[in-house]
Design a protein around this ligand. Structure first.
Ligand SMILES: [Zn+2]
Ligand SMILES: [Zn+2]
Length: 382
């Protein structure tokens, strides 16, 4: 027998030995595993049937990504209900106060509902995708529409009234190319002369990215003024929803502070309480305190970003971004002063697809000069 044959024989022998019942301890483990699998099989089948039924009833849950986001959203709502519900269940003083001063509890519950509504609105608001910006640009660009129509007419007149499928395909492609080229020209105008579009093209979307845009691997799209992808909201934070995100953080922080005050008031009150009531409230208060620290830091961080017109991505990955890499750390290229930045962020009614051009060298130099007393008097920041 050859070496290969001997090896196959040895492997078969070892397999047959290991699968012979009553021979070794591993066999009893094998039987135990089979028994567990046998017991779990109906449970698994029932779970699969229930999942399938849920997917039929709510089609969006068939997507694992959306299912995960839905679970997180549900968890967040449940957490809010638990924290507020426990308070009203255990705190007799608060219930009595509600009867005496209903407006106090009404405002608190209004804040709770407002925070949850703000969370869902922010989650549903588009962060502003580059592909949508390109479509919006093409729709509003009159010259492009004329060019498209002209090319359509010339194609149809060339073939009479009938257009063969291949010609239709070619025509569709040429219109797409015209639209794409128009978008490329529009975006390249936002960069300094001499920039190459191929270095600014997203390799996933095959679209030229405007300044401050970045591809999100969770959303699988390029996002305008990309800040970060928020797992809790299940969406990106970008140009379209950064303002709503800040307001959500603000409301959540306020709700956390108010709830914490109510918890501390409950613990300080000298009413007859069970020990476990104190334990539950202290545990929830610790979780609340940790959440509050996180929320406060996040709120302060985003307030700083807004005042200096930066994004989280630009701040963290400054060395990776070609047009920021060479700038000194204290220069914020998109900042137009605290007041103007604040106005643009909160009150400006510009489209979510508006693109911000890169500042010229002169603008950057003027922004790099340090502030002097006269700048404050002349209100340079405005
Ligand atoms: Zn992309
Ligand atoms: Zn994303």
């Amino acid at each position: 027998m050859s070496n290969g044959g001997e090896l196959q024989y040895a492997v078969r022998a070892s397999l047959s030995q290991s699968q012979t019942p009553f021979s070794t301890a591993s066999n009893s483990r094998f039987y135990l595993q089979m028994t567990i699998v046998g017991c779990c099989h109906p449970v698994r089948e029932a779970r699969e049937r229930a999942t399938e039924r849920c997917s039929q009833l709510i089609p969006c849950l068939s997507d694992p990504g959306r299912r995960q986001t839905s679970v997180l959203k549900l968890a967040l709502v449940v957490l809010h209900v638990i924290f507020v519900g426990v308070l009203f269940l255990l705190d007799r003083g608060l219930r009595e106060k509600t009867l005496r001063e209903p407006w106090y509890t009404a405002i608190y519950l209004l804040l709770l509902v407002g925070t949850i509504v703000q969370y869902f609105i922010t989650s549903a608001t588009s962060p502003g995708y580059v592909i949508d910006a390109m479509r919006a640009w093409n729709e509003t660009h009159a010259t492009l529409s004329k060019t498209s129509r002209a090319s359509e007419q010339s194609a149809s007149s060339k073939n009479g009234s009938l257009i063969s499928p291949s010609d239709g395909h070619q025509q569709g492609r040429s219109i797409y190319e015209i639209k794409r080229n128009s978008w490329v020209m529009h975006v390249m105008n936002m960069y300094p002369p001499g920039s190459y579009s191929r270095y600014l093209t997203c390799t996933y979307c095959n679209l030229v990215q405007p300044p401050r845009a970045k591809h999100c691997h969770d959303c699988e799209k390029c996002v305008l003024q990309f800040d970060h992808h928020c797992v809790w909201l299940g969406t990106c934070i970008g140009q379209g929803n950064h303002c709503r995100f800040w307001w959500y953080l603000f409301e959540e922080t306020t709700l956390c502070i108010w709830t914490g005050i109510l918890y501390i008031t409950f613990l300080k009150a000298n009413t007859g309480r069970q020990w476990w009531q104190d334990a539950v409230v202290i545990l929830l208060l610790i979780i609340l305190g940790l959440s509050l620290i996180f929320l406060l830091l996040l709120l302060l961080f985003h307030s700083y970003l807004i005042l200096t017109n930066q994004t989280t991505y630009e701040l963290v990955r400054r060395r990776r971004i070609s047009y920021l890499r060479l700038l000194p750390a204290r220069v914020y290229p998109f900042s137009r002063g605290i007041c103007r930045n604040l106005y643009d962020f909160c009150c400006s009614r510009r489209s979510i697809h508006a693109i911000e051009r890169l500042p010229t060298t002169e603008e950057l130099e003027s922004r790099a000069t340090p502030y002097v007393c006269m700048d404050i008097v002349s209100c340079r920041c405005c």
